[in-house]
Design a protein around this ligand. Structure first.
Ligand SMILES: [Fe+2]
Length: 242
């Protein structure tokens, strides 16, 4: 069985409040008695993409790196160049627990919406072609489908047809994993499960829940576990008090 933990949207800003929320998720995972094949973080590790914020990310995630393989990609609040210089390459590809994990950079400088560039789609296509028998998880930051959260749907992944075309060529893709919405959502894209990890920093509210704010800052810290056994994917949402 492949077991992946999936976190998103830490938004570390140098302050203590958000660092404590991210540290809570790290502490939860590091205290698990059982095995995880990898931990994925699908973007917005920082609030502003500043060097000091990446230093805070490295410090908060250190215990996680000591125990598990950790794969990350940037979000719209990150700055890809700074992310690449101080944290990790903006693309990640590795096999863990028998699963091919591919994380890509969907961020664009200076705007909140996302796009997968032709070069990124070529990279994804080539990587998937290199291991056609290995179950694959494809991840990035921006959801390629509308989720029913107007604020997020306006700044999702633009031009998702290129991604759909790539995915349609590789039957081993199990699911698409994203963040950005600060909400645990399951839907579909290009005939595949599209799984949106909750935000560690906050939880988005739906228009019919609250008209005063777009997110709750004090909700539990949530994350997902994706399991894959004998061709079957199951996703669990775990929520822990801060
Ligand atoms: Fe975010």
């Amino acid at each position: 069985m492949t077991v992946l933990a999936h976190l998103s949207d830490l938004h570390l800003d140098g302050g203590a409040t958000r660092a404590a929320r991210a540290a809570r998720a790290v502490r939860y995972l590091c205290a698990l008695p059982g095995h995880l094949d990898a931990v994925l973080i699908t973007g917005d590790l920082t609030e502003n993409g500043a060097a000091a914020e990446y230093a805070q990310v490295s410090e908060v995630l250190k215990p996680l790196h000591e125990r598990f393989p950790v794969l990350v990609c940037p979000g719209n609040h990150d700055v890809s160049a700074v992310f690449a210089e101080l944290l990790a390459p903006p693309r990640a590809a590795a096999v863990h627990g028998g699963a091919h994990i591919l994380l890509a950079d969907s961020s664009l400088p200076g705007v909140a919406h996302g796009r997968l560039s032709p070069a990124t789609l070529e990279w994804l296509d080539a990587r998937l072609a290199s291991a056609p028998q290995t179950p694959a998880f494809v991840g990035f930051h921006h959801p390629p489908a509308a989720l029913g959260i107007p604020f997020i749907d306006a700044i999702g992944l633009r031009d998702p047809s290129g991604l759909a075309a790539v995915l349609s060529r590789h039957r081993q893709v199990v699911a698409v994993l994203v963040g950005h919405a600060h909400a645990a959502v399951s839907t579909t894209f290009a005939g595949l499960p599209l799984l949106v990890a909750p935000g560690v920093v906050s939880t988005a509210v739906l228009p019919w829940e609250n008209t005063e704010t777009w997110s709750y800052q004090d909700a539990n810290v949530s994350l997902m576990f994706h399991t894959y056994t004998d061709g079957v994917l199951a996703t669990h949402v775990r929520s822990v008090p801060v």
